[in-house]
Write a protein that binds this ligand. Structure first.
Ligand code: AMP
Ligand code: ZN
Length: 143
């Protein structure tokens, strides 16, 4: 399937590239939330966060940290968000995994989801559900 970020990597589509090395590419988002909003991708195509192999993820997160510092300082930002959207309900629209780096300025905007409340016993139940998956699959984590 056609992938816009693979096309940018292959120079078949234009982008304002700000960083490139053997494994990583970073370019400006064409619909910036703030100016300097940058996307960081692995050159290899992976659909989402869960399918990126560990060695690739290590390189990616290292690049994200470096580029986030550059974006913050060069934009004179007061802070920044590092975000990844995974799956349609989370707002993913390009299925080539990427991190967003969004420079943030004091009082620029607020994103306020409606907060849920745990009942006294339900918090433990949710914890149990997650812990049971973690104990079942911890061999994957430990390699
Ligand atoms: P997401 O919704 O997290 O999948 O983010 C995809 C992002 O890619 C959106 O913020 C888009 O504005 C951005 N985007 C889509 N096409 C391009 C493109 N050709 N060049 C730069 N950014 C793009
Ligand atoms: Zn791709």
């Amino acid at each position: 399937m056609e992938c816009i970020f693979c096309n940018i990597r292959d120079r078949k589509a234009e982008a304002e590239i700000v960083f490139e090395d053997e494994n990583i590419l970073a370019f400006l988002d064409i619909q910036p939330v703030n100016y300097g909003h940058t996307l960081v991708i692995t050159k290899k195509h992976y659909d989402n966060f869960l399918t990126v192999p560990k060695d690739e993820l290590d390189k990616l997160i290292h690049a994200v940290q470096f580029i986030a510092g550059a974006v913050k300082r060069s934009m004179n930002a007061d802070g920044f968000n590092v975000i990844s959207n995974n799956g349609n309900p989370a707002g993913q629209s390009v299925y080539h995994f990427h991190f967003h780096i969004i420079p943030r300025f004091n009082n620029d905007f607020t994103i306020k989801p409606r907060i849920k409340t745990y009942g006294s016993d339900t918090m433990h139940d949710y914890g149990d559900q997650i812990r049971s998956f973690i104990s079942k699959y911890k061999d994957i984590y430990n390699g």
